[in-house]
Design a protein around this ligand. Structure first.
Ligand code: C2E
Ligand code: MG
Ligand code: MG
Length: 703
């Protein structure tokens, strides 16, 4: 074997610039290259080694300080995958210790990058060549044998180089959809059908073999079928030589590997794409993000941005129009997102209604915001899905990465996600840019969530009771049960600081059942006292999450049975939003509850979006006017007319009406003048612990 022997070199290279340098150096050596491949990640190189590709020698470049730390680990992994593969380690730093260790780990040679020259490389590679020589002799004889027996299924070709004619077997022609007489004997019948992108490589492989540089000819490429499509084929061949070594004939086989190729491609595609939208999936996105992080560390002027996108109220679409509409909408959204991006950007679907975008290179934060604006703008046109007109808005979080801002893709995504939550929190169809405070808030929220879970286990909740007064006679009509959390570190907490988290996590459901049970138990206790009015009631707030529970009616019936309160003693407060979102299902539940003597109040009335035509169909007993209207009933800027309208509305609908948040005597007299039936507020009493509330009952307090 001469120094012209071709070898396949695998380069694991963490810097594209250096890959080019090495390629140049190797080109200048007397050694011919069969294949030279650059990888930017060791994991990809290891994957490559697992494949069927032939690699004779690996160059592992670990010259960057931050990849150098993992270099020995990478070397070990490559060695495990391909124990016999000679590996040459390149490094930018002269590090004695690393050198010794590298050689011990199996690096054939340890080269300092600055010193790479033809001589050194040649020496390192010689070892590989010698070993290959023995292997090849063996392979050659095996190949001839394989060629002879493969004829049956494969097409055969026999090329007379001297006459420049090629024999193509009937099977060869049939493989491409042709009859025997339809293809002639010119070599162009073959080469002319090879895919233009693949042809140079095929030609190179042929001439390399003819010149004696390769032991055999082998190539996988695409070839044109009669139907206009391309088929993948594997073509193998051997030259027949004269005594002097000059080839005068070359013959071989061709087999159709289209199925294998497309299966491979499909598998590869599926592993990295979302089946619904065809967009890159999380794995592929993280991979690209990882590259962007590496790139940012290397090039100081490079900044990337990640947008985390969540569709607002997508669940509504799924719930109300069905999943097939939801799916189709996601696909349509994916296409519009794509249409806004530049060639180097990546849009991926993480799952559900969450999308992420990697903006490969942005000038500054304004640039990222500009692109976000374009996305919002693109969504503004309604989507037409299965005959439905659907409007979509996005909540969008943005984070930027430059220099050493980030180490891991997960961290970038976490921050963009946090920013997105910030955007959602400040109203839908918004953008938010990640900042440190957001991270702190997210951590605080997470802590709250954990504490809340523990609170359920440790029974840290209690109920305070606020009297609701009959404005006609000043006596206590009922108590509203208001949840309190005795937090071990923060003292007594009001629902505003934790109910929304409890709702987001679903913890509101078990907590809500506890409140309901405890409030009924308390009422039963009061009702058993001789001085309590028969009509005394409790009102309990019910969250939307709890209201949609399928077993709502049964559970409440059970609580009524267990606690034994008098019929009519329990009232539920539900907000307008909860009922309107549920329509028919809500009506059925409300009617069933009414059957048990449970009364229903609409809480915070006036702040939601009740439609009047709908309201009168609901089995509702009373409206509680939101306290914002009551607080505006003072002095000059009196807003009594709204309250008056609600009172009139309640009368027309034959409902009771209550006012909450009453703080002054003036408000009481105005409400009385408007004939509002009931009132509640600090003017009468703040919410009280159970015992103190019991004291009010015992004292027969009235106002
Ligand atoms: P809400 O049902 O509208 O309850 C009335 C709120 O107004 C209570 O706040 C009460 O303390 C407060 N309030 C009463 N009088 C006055 C007043 O004169 N002035 C002012 N400024 N405020 C007054 P709280 O107890 O902090 O509860 C807040 C909200 O948390 C409640 O609003 C209710 O929506 C929710 N909530 C309370 N307990 C529960 C519960 O057990 N389950 C569920 N799902 N939600 C609850
Ligand atoms: Mg309430
Ligand atoms: Mg209220």
């Amino acid at each position: 074997m001469t120094t012209g022997e071709p070898i396949a070199v695998l380069i694991v290279e963490d810097n594209p610039g250096d890959a080019r340098l090495i390629r140049k150096l190797l080109d200048r050596t007397a050694l011919k290259l069969l294949r030279l491949t650059a990888f930017d990640r060791v994991s990809a190189a290891v994957e490559y080694l697992c494949g069927q590709e032939k690699v004779d020698i690996a160059l592992l470049d670990v010259s960057l300080p931050d990849t150098r730390a993992g270099s020995l680990d990478s070397l070990t992994r490559i060695k495990r995958q391909a124990p016999d593969l000679p590996v040459i380690l390149l490094t930018g730093i002269d590090d004695e210790e690393l050198a010794v260790q590298a050689v011990r780990e199996g690096a054939q040679d340890y080269l300092i990058k600055q010193e790479i020259d033809e001589g050194l490389l040649g020496r390192a590679i010689r070892y590989a060549i010698e070993r290959k020589r023995a292997e090849m002799a063996l392979q050659e004889s095996q190949q001839r044998y394989a060629l002879a027996v493969s004829g049956a299924k494969d097409g055969i070709w026999d090329w007379s180089l001297e006459e420049d004619r090629i024999y193509l077997s009937p099977r060869w022609k049939a493989m491409l959809g042709f009859e025997e007489g339809e293809i002639g004997e010119s070599p162009s019948e073959w080469l002319g059908r090879i895919h233009p992108d693949d042809l140079p490589e095929v030609r190179h492989a042929i001439s390399a073999h003819l010149l004696g540089q390769t032991p055999d000819f082998e190539s996988e490429h695409r070839i044109l079928h009669r139907d206009g499509g391309y088929r993948w084929v594997l073509t193998r061949g051997l030259a027949v030589r004269k005594g002097c070594g000059e080839a005068y004939r070359m013959a071989g086989s061709q087999s159709d590997i289209t199925d294998r190729k497309s299966a491979e491609e499909r598998l590869l595609h599926d592993a990295f794409h979302d089946p619904l939208t065809g967009l890159p999936n999380r794995a592929l996105f993280m991979d690209r993000l990882g590259m962007a992080i590496v790139h940012a560390k290397r090039r100081l002027s490079y900044t990337f941005a990640v947008l985390f996108i969540d569709l607002d109220r997508f669940k509504n679409v799924n719930d109300s129009l069905g999943h097939s509409v939801g799916d189709e909408l996601l696909v349509a959204v994916a296409r519009r997102l794509e249409s806004c991006l530049r060639p180097g950007d990546t849009v991926a679907r993480l799952g559900g209604d969450e999308f992420t975008i990697l903006l490969d290179e942005v000038a500054d934060v304004d640039h990222a915001i500009q692109i976000a604006q374009r996305l919002h703008h693109e969504m503004a046109r309604p989507f037409q899905v299965q005959g439905h007109k659907v409007f979509v808005t996005l909540s969008l979080g943005i984070t930027l990465g430059a220099g050493g801002d980030y180490e891991r893709p997960e961290d970038v995504l976490r921050d963009a996600d946090t920013a997105m939550y910030g955007a959602k929190g400040s109203g839908k169809a918004r953008d938010a840019i990640f900042d440190r405070n957001m991270h702190d808030r997210a951590v605080a929220l997470l802590r709250l969530e954990t504490d809340l879970r523990l609170a359920v286990e440790r029974s840290e909740f209690e109920i305070h009771y606020q009297p609701i007064i009959s404005l006609t006679d000043g006596r206590i009509d009922a108590f509203e049960a208001l949840l309190r959390w005795r937090h071990p570190g923060r003292g007594l907490l009001c629902p505003d600081s934790f109910v929304s988290v409890a709702e987001d996590t679903g913890l509101i459901v078990p907590i809500g059942w506890w409140v309901l049970h405890e409030a009924c138990r308390q009422l039963a206790e009061w009702q058993s006292l001789p001085w309590a009015s028969d009509a005394l009631a409790v009102t309990v707030n019910l969250s939307g999450k709890q209201f949609i529970q399928a077993d709502l009616v049964e559970r409440i019936a059970q609580i009524l049975r267990e606690t034994g309160i008098r019929p009519g003693g329990l009232r539920l407060e539900i907000t307008e939003g909860t009922i309107m979102g549920q329509a028919e299902d809500a009506i059925a539940k409300l009617l069933a509850l009414r059957g048990f003597g449970v009364k229903l109040y609409i809480d915070d009335f006036g702040t939601g979006y009740s439609s009047l035509s709908y309201l009168h169909r609901l089995p509702v007993d009373a409206l509680k006017i939101d306290r914002s209207f009551i607080s505006e009933m003072n002095g000059g800027d009196d807003r009594s007319e709204i309250v008056g309208t609600i009172v009139t509305l309640a009368r027309i609908l034959r409902m009771d009406v209550a006012a909450e948040g009453i703080e002054t005597a003036e408000q009481v007299s105005r409400l009385r003048a408007l004939s509002c039936h009931y009132g509640q507020g600090y003017f009468f009493s703040e919410p009280l612990a159970g015992q103190a509330a019991g004291g009010l009952i015992q004292a027969g307090t009235s106002w």
